[in-house]
Design a protein around this ligand. Structure first.
Ligand code: ADP
Ligand code: ADP
Length: 231
């Protein structure tokens, strides 16, 4: 589902250049919940952003759902990106729009017709259990509810992949458990392949099927995660 081959990325600044990701090759299968773990600065977030070409790799290829993203430009790239949802540690919601308004954003960008848009907004809000908050503004929601809005927005355009950058790092343990449950539901009921960047081994053990470890920009191992009892 996601194939990275020989991917590298260097950042340049006044202080010189920095190799954030170096020669990473990784094959993530359809239906996986794949964890990427490592210390702060290891290059996890950069690697995740390479998967939807938010960061363009200097070298290597990025294939998602059969499309080689690093070769696409303009409209073709925008369309391919619609099949890749993303969520963040700090939710990245638009605070002057309602919950529905936030979820509608990808549908508006895709120029979906109004009726279809409204139906889809309600459908994904129902899926994440936030139908009753449709007309509220995000500032009034709890952290867990904000992350559910972000998940609903990411799901609106029916992605095959969901990229999660530290999705629970701003949440307390109980809310973390609730969000992991929503992600598991997304994976199981919708068949969405999930990639989770985290520094929390507990998150990996609770939800991931495989885990990759990053260190100094390199991927140093990829292993299966033991099957969780009573799941
Ligand atoms: P992680 O997610 O593992 O904490 P990142 O991928 O965010 O690591 O960052 C890897 C390294 O690249 C860090 O040293 C970071 O400071 C640097 N870096 C990340 N983004 C940029 C950027 N836009 N410009 C310059 N350096 C960056
Ligand atoms: P905002 O103040 O967030 O901009 P709008 O009323 O302009 O709110 O709605 C933005 C988007 O959200 C529209 O694309 C609309 O289709 C969708 N939307 C708004 N309210 C609802 C609702 N109650 N049910 C379904 N979709 C809605």
């Amino acid at each position: 589902m996601i194939k990275l081959h020989g991917v590298s990325k260097q950042y340049h600044s006044s202080g010189g250049s920095f190799q954030a990701v170096q020669d990473v090759t990784l094959d993530i299968q359809k239906g996986e919940i794949h964890g990427i773990i490592g210390m702060s600065g290891a290059g996890k977030s950069t690697l995740l952003r390479i998967m939807n070409v938010l960061e363009k790799p200097d070298q290597g290829s990025v294939e998602v759902d059969g499309r080689e993203l690093n070769r696409l430009r303009g409209r073709a790239l925008r369309e391919a990106r619609r099949s890749i949802g993303m969520i963040f540690q700090h939710y990245n919601l638009v605070y002057n729009r309602t919950v529905s308004g936030n979820v509608a954003i990808p549908l508006e960008l895709a120029k979906a017709a109004r009726t279809e848009r409204n139906e889809r907004v309600l459908e994904v809000l129902k899926f994440v259990g936030l139908l009753d908050k449709a007309d509220q503004y995000p500032a009034r929601l709890s952290g867990g509810q904000k992350q559910r809005v972000a998940i609903a927005r990411a799901l609106a355009s029916r992605p095959s992949v969901l990229l999660c950058d530290e999705p629970t790092s701003a949440l307390d343990p109980q809310t973390t458990g609730e969000i992991l449950e929503v992600l598991r539901h997304v994976n199981r009921s919708l068949g969405v392949t999930i990639v989770i960047v985290t520094h929390d081994m507990d998150v990996v053990n609770r939800i991931c099927t495989r885990v990759s470890v990053m260190e100094n920009g390199r991927l140093i191992s990829t292993q299966p995660v033991e099957v969780k009892p009573n799941e």
